[in-house]
Every structure is written in C-alpha cells, then in structure tokens.
Design a protein around this ligand. Structure first.
Ligand code: GDP
Ligand code: ZN
Length: 313
C-alpha cells in the first residue's frame, strides 16, 4: 500500500516518517537512489510481508539546505524549510562571518532568516549595549533579530512569535545554547543539554536530525548535521551572494554583472566607503566572494547552472 509521509527524524538511512493521519513509522530508503533528509516529503510503501515501511521516492522539495563538504561539494541536510534561525551569544565569542554565511544561505534559498541573541541574562547593562550594537547592521539591512535567554522563560516571547507558523532550523556555533533553547520551547522534550549527549570534548554525539512541533504552531528541526555547518557556497545567489543590503544597492551599480569588488561605478563599494554599508558586513561579503570565485574556478565551466538559482527577494 502506497502512502505519503514526512520525514520527522533521520539517522543516516534510518528514518522516522509521519503519515497524513499522524501515525509514525520507522522506515528505510528503498535503494541507493533514494536520499531522504529530515523535512522531506516522501512516498512510502508498506511491505506487509516484512512488517517494514520503505521510502520509495523523495517528493519535490521546495528547498534544501546543503552543507559544504571538505571537497567543495554540497550535501543535503534538511529540506522544505521556511526559516533559518542563527543563534549567537556573548559566549562563545560570536564569529559573525559564520552568521553572515547562514543568513546569506537563507536569502539565497528564498526563506526567512532570524538572528537570535541568546544568553542575555549574562549581560550587565554595558555589555548589553555592546551586544545590541552588534545587531544594528543586521537590523538595518533588513534581518529580523530577537534577544532571549534559554534560562528565562519570560524572555522567549519574541522568539516564540518569530517561530510560529514556520518550519525553522536552528544553527550556530557550538555552545551558544541551541539545545537549551529547543528544550525551553518544546514541551515534554527529552533532549539532553550539557553533558548527556556530548563526548569528552563537548561535541554532540547524537547524530539524528529531528523535527519537533511547537505548541504555538510551526516546527523546529534540530539537525546535528547543520549545527556548526558551513552552508555550501554554491547555494548562494551569484550576484549578491544573499547579502540583502548588497542586493538592494547593486541595482545602482554601473555594470549589471558587478561583483562589488573593484569595478568602477560600484554602488556597494561606495556605500561601504561612506559608511552607509557596514564595513564589517562588506568585508564579510568580500571574503565570501573570494571563496565563491575560487570554487567556481576549481570546478571550471559547465558546472551546474547559476541561472537555475532563485533571486534574492
Ligand atoms: P548548543 O551547543 O548550542 O546546543 O548549546 P547548549 O544548549 O548545549 O548550551 C551550552 C551551554 O550554555 C550550557 O552549559 C547551557 O546551560 C548554557 N546556556 C544555554 N543557554 C543559556 C542562556 O540563555 N543563559 C545562560 N546563562 N546559559 C545558557
Ligand atoms: Zn557593484
């Protein structure tokens, strides 16, 4: 019997799927060709003889978040998202270049990005203004930002509201509080934070990606595969690389194919020079542009077409 379902957990090729009636089944992909990830909608066959569910086909994805592999390729990690939530915190010290790459990936996929500054309970008023200042360039560029503390339930209202009705994935450096936040947002959830599911070096040892329904509607996908990942560089929109403010400014560049580096008449560079574009964000754009061009060069012409990529909103 054929039925359609959604992958709500993936541990390598062990899948858990939920059918239209809410029934959950352990399932496995039928054949090597079927590569399902958490969030995928799939076609299944119930193999009554063996009391097994086979996933026979991955249905069309609205989008897929891919991580960069060490060889410069891309590997699918989660599918059918509507939002990427980038968690940063006062400690560990934020690597904003990484945060920029996540929000760039979101814009390039045509989905929402949200920046959540966690652990605000650790900040006195002076440190708080430093942290708020860090968010200013993002807010100005058009990214939504919220502040929160996983240890203070009353601080989670804005985050909850931003997650409602979305299928989000939480990403960010190890230790910023992603598991703690998910634990605070999802009732009756048994994800261990801290020592329980970590090895001696503090790395997560749980390797399954899971989707959790949120009480206010929407869902959050926790995927160890994307927790500290670098989004695949070739998922980025080729003209602005997914930087919202670069995208807006680029309409005033002299050349339509401007890369916003040294070209004459570049509106992006002149905005960075006169301070209308945040200097750190521009530097981040330049670093990503170099990586992007390096990768393209390595691959040579004829690799998968950039034209197929969706433009930034
Ligand atoms: P993850 O690696 O991003 O999943 O981070 P964890 O959720 O495991 O949190 C890392 C550490 O930060 C743990 O010791 C948590 O107890 C602590 N932590 C997480 N969120 C907060 C917070 O909002 N405030 C404070 N003070 N500590 C937090
Ligand atoms: Zn330009």
């Amino acid at each position: 019997m054929r039925f359609e379902a959604e992958v709500i957990a993936a541990y390598g090729r062990h899948l858990r799927v939920r059918d239209a009636t809410g029934g959950e089944h352990d399932a496995r992909p039928f054949g090597r060709r079927v590569q399902a990830v958490c969030g995928d909608r799939v076609a299944c066959e119930h193999d009554a003889a063996h009391a097994e569910v086979h996933v026979t086909e991955v249905l069309q994805r609205s989008n897929v978040l891919e991580r960069a592999t060490t060889r410069g390729g891309a590997e699918a990690v989660v599918a059918n998202l509507s939002q990427i939530v980038v968690v940063i915190a006062p400690a560990p010290v934020p690597d904003l270049f990484v945060a920029d790459r996540y929000v760039a990936a979101a814009a390039s996929l045509g989905i929402e990005a949200l920046i959540a500054l966690n652990k605000i309970d650790l900040l006195d008023s002076e440190a708080r203004s430093v942290a708020d200042a860090m968010l200013v360039p993002y807010r100005k560029a058009g990214y939504r930002c919220v502040t929160c503390s996983a240890t203070r339930p009353e601080s989670l209202t804005a985050l909850r509201a931003a997650l409602a009705a979305h299928v989000s994935v939480m990403v960010g450096q190890s230790g910023v509080g992603k598991s703690s936040l998910i634990g605070a947002l999802v009732p009756n959830l048994d994800i261990a934070t801290g020592a329980l599911d970590r090895d001696a070096e503090g790395r997560h040892t749980t390797t399954s990606a899971c989707r959790y329904d949120l009480p206010g509607g929407g869902a959050i996908i926790d995927s160890p595969g994307v927790r500290d990942f670098a989004p695949a560089i070739d998922t980025l929109e080729p003209s602005s690389l997914g930087f919202l403010e670069v995208d807006r400014l680029s309409t005033q560049c002299r050349f339509a194919d401007c890369q916003h580096l040294r070209e004459p008449g570049c509106a992006v560079r002149s905005a960075a020079e006169d301070g209308t574009l945040d200097a750190r964000r521009y530097e981040s754009y330049r670093r990503l542009r170099r990586l992007f061009e390096d990768l393209r060069e390595k691959r040579g012409p004829g690799h998968r077409s950039d034209a197929a990529r969706r433009p930034v909103r």
